[in-house]
Ligand binder design. Structure first.
Ligand SMILES: *Cc1c(COP(=O)(O)O)cnc(C)c1O
Length: 355
């Protein structure tokens, strides 16, 4: 089957009409990869990775962006704008061009991963580097888009949430069931809100009678939902979740409480260690923020949280190639320098049993 993308495949569940332009980069339909190695370490029955890094621009943002941009185009807008820690800007820039629109992104200066910045620039967005953080960028974008004919495509735009909820539909369809737990990183909290909305819609459509418990994980230095109050100066190596005052605060708390789940914090060390585990043991390369879901599940395992029979899905939100700097920093010392000498390389590799 040719996968058509979110608007066409899930059209009946989205707020689109005959007049909505059918934009697509064939986003969605991302792999649900069964864990070979880490399920046991997590102490659960089965573990799956929903690898959202396989979307066209390398993060789950594409699911919501295609809907938000199509609706902006339908409404006759010519410019889309967002504040971004990186992935939203990459996605907005790509889909704006797909729709023949202009894109302006406001990013915190020096705090955006190289891969993401290169995408926004290559897609021809106006990139404004703000001397400030994400929360300040978002408040400026909200003000501008409320006063001028510019469409806001951050996740406070409800069309973003509508598009992102389709990941829940895919999990139900590919798994043939609802997992016991869904673990995911939480930054601005649009995604946890969207997943929860998607699962609840499956119930109201009679597709299932079960709901997962939602396990949200924030970075220790940027965990306002855990502290119960905004964080003035959020800090974490996981730049995609470096957010001190989540726009979808209420949605995240509702997802946690209605599902009987939790939102907790994981340290940067735990995040980077989970990132390496995924790469080394499962062959899946994600950016640091994405590894917060696995880091959280491993932490809950150490606390004796799981019984051993559960089905857990970890959402891996973005691709590892987004942030090559942090990846290289962690393993640069493993590069071995060699001379162009056959003998030297054979000796170094301890090769035996020449054919
Ligand atoms: C945007 C993003 C998040 C956070 O999602 P929210 O909807 O803001 O909670 C996590 N990981 C990656 C890779 C992201 O791009």
């Amino acid at each position: 089957m040719r996968w058509p993308g979110i608007l066409e495949y899930f059209g009946e569940y989205l707020p689109i009409t005959d007049k909505t332009p059918q934009i697509t980069l064939q986003e969605g339909n991302t792999p649900l990869i069964r864990s070979y190695h880490l399920a046991k370490r997590c102490g659960v029955g089965s573990l799956y990775f929903k690898f959202e890094g396989m979307n066209p621009t390398g993060s789950f943002k594409d699911r919501g962006m295609v809907v938000a941009v199509a609706k902006a185009k339908e409404a006759g807008q010519n410019i889309v704008m967002c504040a971004s820690t990186g992935n939203t800007s990459a996605s907005a820039a790509a889909y704006a061009k797909r729709a023949g629109m202009q894109c302006v992104v406001l990013v915190p200066e020096g705090k955006i991963a190289l891969g993401k910045l290169s995408q926004a620039l290559m897609h021809g967005a106006r990139v404004l580097a703000l001397e400030g953080n994400f929360d300040q960028a978002l408040s400026i974008v909200r003000e501008i888009t409320s006063r001028y004919p510019v469409a806001l495509v951050n996740s406070i735009n409800p069309h973003r949430i509508e598009g992102q909820k389709t990941a829940s539909f895919e999990i139900e369809e590919w798994l043939g069931d609802i997992p016991d737990y869904l673990a995911l990183p939480v930054g601005n909290a649009g995604n946890i809100t969207a997943y929860w909305k998607g699962f609840k819609e499956l119930i109201s459509r009679g597709k299932t009678r079960k709901l997962p418990k939602m396990l949200g994980f924030q970075a220790q230095g940027a965990c306002p939902l855990v502290l119960g109050k905004p964080v003035e100066n959020p800090q974490t190596v996981a730049t995609a979740i470096r957010i001190g005052n989540p726009a979808s605060w209420k949605g995240a708390i509702a997802a946690r409480d209605e599902s009987g789940g939790l939102i907790e914090a994981v340290s940067d060390e735990e995040i980077l260690s989970a990132q390496r585990l995924l790469a080394e043991e499962e062959g899946i390369f994600v950016e640091p923020a994405s590894a917060a879901s696995l880091a959280g599940v491993l932490k809950k395992q150490r606390e004796g949280f799981f019984r051993g029979h559960e089905t857990v899905v970890c959402v891996l939100t973005g691709h590892g190639l987004k942030d090559p700097d942090i990846a290289i920093k962690q393993c640069n010392d493993r590069i071995e320098r060699v001379k162009p000498s056959l003998e030297e390389i054979v000796a170094l590799l301890n090769l035996e049993g020449e054919k």
